[in-house]
Write a protein that binds this ligand. Structure first.
Ligand SMILES: Cc1cc2nc3c(=O)[nH]c(=O)nc-3n(C[C@H](O)[C@H](O)[C@H](O)COP(=O)(O)O)c2cc1C
Length: 306
């Protein structure tokens, strides 16, 4: 059976994944943390932690709070910064079979372009995923709310690199379809749907918020129906591949996204519970195809749209 999927058919460098299951940014570190625990090379792709030009300390603790059917995080883009990523992580990735995508975040269009330009010819970097929204930091990154600002970032990054380009969309917008159309027109090879939803929880005993940052991003099973509807709507509006992300914990969840129109999926919060979740989801997809007598997973893309 064939599990491979094309992720950037319009890009001259091409990007074919051996299967459609990727890790979501911020939930699988740099991949290096897990490579000695189990075989990560069979993953479709790894998306590393959001990377900024300079290293970042992130937000005050506590940064994670479990809520009903989900997780709130306010990590605030703590990361090692671009230079350390290029010097310490990329050389390791260059020896891997699994492609690694670098997720980038910045506070200005110029900084996004700079990040993209510096990563353009770094061995070990297979693609970029541009985070145009980050609900957990106070100094910018809100480019994803409007089609115009989202397109401006995409255009600048597109000019700075020929790497396959995923643009990660935010649910915090009046119209995700409008933003998706704008970034596709500006040169995105694929869109990732979606980032976290803004949320909050209060400890009534202590009478204060659970998160040090007060609010954070909601992820996990609670957001799955929201992400699924957005994938469904965007997949019929644009021609570039859609990558579904939000609450995927099982092969059945992944299949829902594929049937809604996603070419590939990302697994986030589920990996924090069980780092093998993405591998188990791949195994579950293989089992489903075998049981259903389906030879190619691409035949399932969009079949559940009604
Ligand atoms: C702890 C944590 C850290 C995250 N960090 C990032 C990040 O750095 N960049 C990014 O684009 N998304 C980040 N995300 C969002 C996830 O990649 C994903 O879009 C979101 O959690 C929804 O998927 P899930 O429900 O499978 O977790 C983070 C999520 C979590 C839970």
């Amino acid at each position: 059976m064939n599990l491979s999927v094309p992720l950037a058919p319009q890009n001259s460098r091409g990007l074919e994944l051996v299967n459609p299951v990727m890790t979501a940014s911020g939930t699988f570190g740099y991949g290096t943390e897990y490579s000695h625990l189990f075989d990560i090379q069979g993953l479709g792709a790894i998306v590393c932690k959001g990377t900024t030009l300079q290293p970042r300390q992130g937000n005050p603790q506590p940064r994670l709070a479990e809520v009903e059917h989900g997780l709130l995080n306010s990590v605030g883009l703590e990361n090692i910064g671009l230079q350390a990523l290029i010097e310490e992580k990329a050389p390791v990735w260059a020896g891997w079979r699994v492609p690694v995508f670098v997720n980038i975040a910045a506070g200005s269009v110029a900084d996004y372009a700079l990040l993209a330009a510096r990563l353009d010819n770094v061995a070990g970097v297979a693609a970029l995923e541009v985070n145009i929204s980050c609900p957990n930091i106070k100094d910018g990154c809100e480019f994803g709310a409007e089609p115009k600002s989202a397109a401006a970032v995409t255009e600048a990054v597109r000019r700075a690199t020929s790497l396959p380009l995923l643009v990660k969309l935010s649910p915090a917008t009046a119209s995700m379809v409008a933003v998706a159309r704008a970034v596709a027109a500006a040169g995105a090879d694929a869109v990732t749907i979606m980032n976290t939803l803004k949320g909050m929880a209060i400890d009534v005993g202590k009478r204060r918020p659970l998160l040090g940052n007060v609010t954070g991003g909601l992820s996990g099973p609670a957001v799955k129906p929201v992400a699924l509807a957005m994938v469904y709507e965007v997949a019929s509006a644009i021609k570039v591949p859609v990558i579904g992300c939000g609450g995927i914990s099982s092969a059945a969840d992944a299949l829902e996204f594929i049937m809604a129109g996603a070419t590939a999926v990302q697994v986030g919060t589920a990996s924090l519970v069980n780092p093998r979740a993405p591998i188990e989801i791949i195994e579950g997809l293989e089992k489903y195809l075998a049981e259903e007598g389906i030879k190619d997973i691409k035949d399932l893309v969009g079949v559940g749209r009604g």
